[in-house]
Structure formats: structure tokens, C-alpha cells
Design a protein around this ligand. Structure first.
Ligand code: GAP
Length: 510
């Protein structure tokens, strides 16, 4: 079992992401833009490796289904902008809202469901102090201010923390906001629609309003008929798509966890109405195992079944909804959602059939019956996946000069190998360059680095998460072997120069 991620510092992880080119603030030279992030060279490759693994394992080679037969899956790549009627039918224009609270004094904006309040446990409540869920400093500040107000040295045992949403609206007049010192500055919660609007065409009039998709899923429902008309898929089958989604989040935060532009990897799995329970259980368990297979430690990963009152509008009936959750440093001791697996019933196909006046049905030729398929949806976030991989991989190690290495599974590692001449003389650079040119076409993400001391070069590779480094030294010309150094253990051994490619393939291409 690895150390829980909670012991790691999010500030240090973010600093490494910036220093080594995993993730940058978008528009950084203009002061950034809240809720948007760019992936640097290492981050872009890491994210691509994650998406490739998802496509490979869920679309191309999923394991057999509950009936022991191959699972039928096809891919799709639909548009970000669709006819705006799509989002009326899906319920997003009318109902894709988050409750928002403003502070009149600090001009800050909060998600009402992310605000918690502290009050004194043993007193008739006079005053509450609000803080943002998961913000330890904010909670400490609230505790301090509450102590000052009650003129008591308060400990955790003296106070009660509860979600603001559980309090009556009238309690707001007795609440001090997270960034103020006075009561009554917070507004009542208001619904805020998360859809990004844009205009299609030259006039920019109200008739030309369109929306950036808030989920990739709807593009799949829109193409249900196209796919069934043009392929030989048979019920049950899945359509998978990954791509950008956009949400004008009220409070983007926690690095890339809640962004305004992000990527999803979604499957809509269509099946006969009476079979949803078994397919729901299949996808829920498979998706949990998949995240585990990427190296996320078991004690940092949970599968959580939603309570009835948490279910989305499309999942009120049916087999249920579960989340695969990861214990991020900023959610500790709790967990944050990586992927949701939901029984969406026949909600979406029925909505689109009704609004578009197009039949979206399946005809079962054996049973000679027509029905609207039900849908099990495993919906994962690529950015949250990358963030979990970064948090999990970050391994401080006082025993080595770099003090930290990124322990990615070799399959996901953005760099597969480093090739170094020990020193830039005595023919070593030439041999190293030749080895580099041999490995590069086969493994792609291979780096040749002739600069700095060997210790510094290993440290650079450790921070990039490169699992193997090959060093050409003064013995290489004599015995035709090189030193291979393994990232996690720092163990070194000699490998024959002409066996390096096979050595690497056996450990990387798993
Ligand atoms: N089609 C269903 C759907 O979109 P969701 O729970 O809203 O469900 C699915 O989103 C996944 O997308 C989440 O589990 C999360 O990984 C990712 N996601 C959602 N909102 C996000 C945001 N603001 N920033 C980054 N990832 C997000």
C-alpha cells in the first residue's frame, strides 16, 4: 500500500507541474484567466497517454460482458457546437444551474453548496462564520473569529460545522462571509446557468445564440440513429467519445479539478430496458478496476454509490449512480469525483425524439419488438484523471538529490527513457546518440541529454517520471554494455548495448 496522497503538498505538486512543464496557467503572460489551464510538453503527453489507454481499454479491447460475450463498442467525434435546440431538449438550458451566493462587501462569489458555517455547539445560535468546503485556512479563520466573538478559547469540540444549505435562509443575516468580518453581507442563493453562450454567424443577434457543449454525451444521443443506420452494431452496444466540454463554473478551484474548459471521456451504453441492472454493475466495477490498473492506490480510490437524494434528474429511476472518487490532497480526508457511472434510463433518447420529432428506437428482430433503449453512462474526466495521476505519482524522497520523483506507471509515463553519455568526450556522445536514434522510432518519448552532471540529469528525469535511464560510460566501448538506472529504486545494472531496446520493450510495452 502506498502512502495516502493526503500527506503530499498540493502547493509542491503545482510548483513541480509548472517547473517541469506539465501544466501552466492559461494566458499566463496576460495575468491568466480563472478556470483555464494549458498542458505543457510533459503534461500534454501524459494526458494523451491517459486518453489512449481509455480508448484502447474501453473502446477497442473491453473485456467480455456479463453474458461472457464480447462487448460491442464504437467511437464517435461529434461537434462542440450543436443546434441550440439540443440543449433545450437535454434540459441544460432550463436546468443546468448551480446555486450562487455573492458577498456584497468583498464582491466574491461562492457556490452556495460549497459553503459551510461554524457555530458554537452549546449556545443558542447567534452568529455563524462561513468558509469554503475543503479550505483549511478558511476554517481556521472562521474558528478564530468565532472565538473572538464569543470571547472564548474555542476548540473543535466546542463548535459545530454544517453546510450552509442546511440552514434556513433567514440564518444568512447572522452569517459572516468567508472574506468579511461583518454579518449580513451574503446574498440569498440564486440559480446560475453554467452554459457558455456564443453566436453563430455574422449578426450576433439572439436568434444566433448557440452553446458550447457542457458534456460530450449529448453528441452521442444525437448520432444514435446515424450509428445504428450505418454500422452493424446490435443491442447492447456502446458509443464512446472523448473531447472538450465547457462549463462556466461559479468558482473554479483546486487547480484543474474544477475548470471551465476540460475534457471528458464518455460512453453511452445502450441496452434493453430489462437488462440495465447487470450492465450498470458491469460498467461500475470495470471502471473502478480500470482506474486501479493505472496505479491509483487502493486506499486513495473509492467507489461510492449515490444516495437517492443525490441522483440527477435523468437518473431518478433505474439501477443507480456511482462515482469513482480519488482522495486528492485538497479533498482530504474526503474524496473527489473522477468518474460517474449512471443509469440514465431512456431519458435522453426520449427527449430528443420528442423535440426533434425523429424516432430514436431499436427494433429487436428476434423478439419482433420495438423499444427505446436504456443507457448506462460511464463518464470520466480526463483532466481530473491527469490530476489524480500527478498527485499519486508525486513521491518525495529525501534519500536522493532531487528529493522527488514522479512514480507513473510506465504505460502512462510521458517519457519512456533517457539516454546519456556520462561525459561529453572519449566517443561516449557518439555511442549515446546512436542508441538514442535506435530507441526513438520504437518508443517515441525518449530524450537524449548530454548536459550537466549525471546526478542532475537523473534528477530531471525523476521529476518527469521517466522510468529508465541508459548511461554510456568509459566501459561501454570496451564491453559493449551500458548502465541502466531505474527510477523508483535508483538501482543500476549493466545491459548489453544491443539488448537495450528489448530490455525497454519488456518493461514499457505492458
Ligand atoms: N455526461 C454526464 C456528465 O457530464 P458530470 O458528473 O457532470 O457528468 C463527468 O461530469 C465527469 O467530468 C466528472 O466525473 C469529472 O471527472 C468531469 N468534470 C465535470 N465537471 C468538471 C470541471 N468543471 N472540471 C474538470 N472536470 C470536470
Amino acid at each position: 500500500m502506498t502512502e495516502p496522497t493526503a500527506k503530499k503538498s498540493m502547493d509542491e505538486i503545482m510548483a513541480l507541474c509548472k517547473r517541469r512543464g506539465f501544466i501552466f496557467q492559461a494566458s499566463e503572460i496576460y495575468g491568466g484567466i480563472n478556470g483555464f489551464w494549458d498542458y505543457g510538453p510533459l503534461g500534454a503527453q501524459l494526458k494523451k497517454n491517459l486518453k489512449d489507454a481509455w480508448w484502447q481499454d474501453t473502446v477497442l479491447t473491453p473485456p467480455p460482458g456479463p453474458d461472457g460475450k464480447p462487448v460491442s463498442m464504437v467511437g464517435l467525434d461529434s461537434c462542440i457546437i450543436q443546434n441550440p435546440k439540443v440543449w433545450v431538449a437535454s434540459g441544460h438550458v432550463g436546468g443546468f444551474n448551480d446555486p450562487m451566493i455573492d458577498c456584497r462587501e468583498s464582491k466574491r462569489r461562492y457556490r452556495a453548496d460549497h459553503l459551510w458555517v461554524l457555530g458554537v455547539a452549546d449556545a443558542a445560535q447567534e452568529r455563524f462564520y462561513a468558509y469554503v468546503e475543503g479550505d483549511d485556512e478558511g476554517r481556521d479563520r472562521a474558528l478564530k473569529l468565532l472565538g473572538k466573538y464569543t470571547k472564548r478559547q474555542l476548540t473543535d469540540a466546542d463548535v459545530v460545522a454544517s453546510p450552509l444549505a442546511k440552514h434556513p435562509a433567514s440564518a444568512l443575516t447572522n452569517t459572516v462571509g468567508p472574506d468579511t468580518k461583518e454579518v449580513g453581507t451574503l446574498t440569498e442563493p440564486r440559480a446560475f446557468n453554467l452554459m457558455f453562450k456564443t453566436y453563430v454567424g455574422a449578426t450576433a443577434s439572439e436568434e444566433d445564440v448557440a452553446y458550447l457543449r457542457p458534456e460530450t454525451a449529448q453528441g452521442i444521443f444525437l448520432n444514435f440513429k446515424n450509428v445504428t443506420d450505418t454500422t452493424r452494431v446490435k443491442m447492447p452496444f456502446g458509443i464512446a467519445q472523448m473531447g472538450k466540454a465547457f462549463r462556466n463554473e461559479v468558482t473554479p478551484r483546486n487547480f484543474t479539478f474544477r475548470s471551465r474548459e476540460f475534457e471528458q471521456m464518455e460512453i453511452e451504453f445502450f441496452c434493453a430496458p430489462g437488462t440495465t441492472n447487470e450492465w450498470y454493475a458491469f460498467w461500475r466495477d470495470l471502471r473502478m478496476r480500470w482506474w486501479q490498473s493505472l496505479g491509483l492506490a487502493s486506499d486513495n480510490l473509492v467507489l461510492r454509490e449515490h444516495d437517492k437524494d443525490e441522483l440527477a434528474h435523468y437518473a431518478k429511476t433505474g439501477a443507480g449512480t456511482s462515482d469513482v472518487e480519488y482522495r486528492f490532497p485538497f479533498t482530504y480526508p474526503g474524496f473527489g469525483e473522477l468518474e460517474g457511472i449512471a443509469d440514465r434510463s431512456d431519458f435522453d433518447l426520449k427527449q430528443h425524439a420528442q423535440h426533434s420529432k425523429t424516432k430514436l428506437e431499436w427494433f429487436d428482430p428476434e423478439a419482433k419488438e420495438r423499444y427505446v433503449p436504456h443507457v448506462i453512462e460511464p463518464s470520466a474526466g480526463a483532466d481530473r484523471g491527469v490530476l489524480a495521476l500527478l498527485c499519486e505519482a508525486y513521491t518525495p524522497d529525501p534519500a536522493r538529490p532531487s528529493k522527488v520523483y514522479m512514480k507513473f506507471a510506465p504505460r502512462l509515463s510521458p517519457l519512456k527513457a533517457g539516454v546519456f553519455p556520462l561525459v561529453a568526450k572519449d566517443g561516449m556522445p557518439e555511442i549515446a546518440e546512436k542508441l538514442y536514434q535506435e530507441l526513438k522510432p520504437r518508443f517515441g518519448a525518449v530524450e537524449f541529454d548530454p548536459k550537466q552532471t549525471i546526478g542532475k540529469r537523473y534528477a530531471r528525469m525523476d521529476e518527469a517520471g521517466c522510468p529508465f535511464c541508459f548511461t554510456i560510460d568509459s566501459d561501454t566501448a570496451k564491453d559493449q554494455s551500458v548502465t541502466v538506472r531505474e527510477r523508483d529504486t535508483c538501482a543500476q545494472e549493466r545491459v548489453a548495448l544491443d539488448k537495450v531496446s528489448t530490455y525497454l520493450a519488456e518493461r514499457i510495452l505492458v
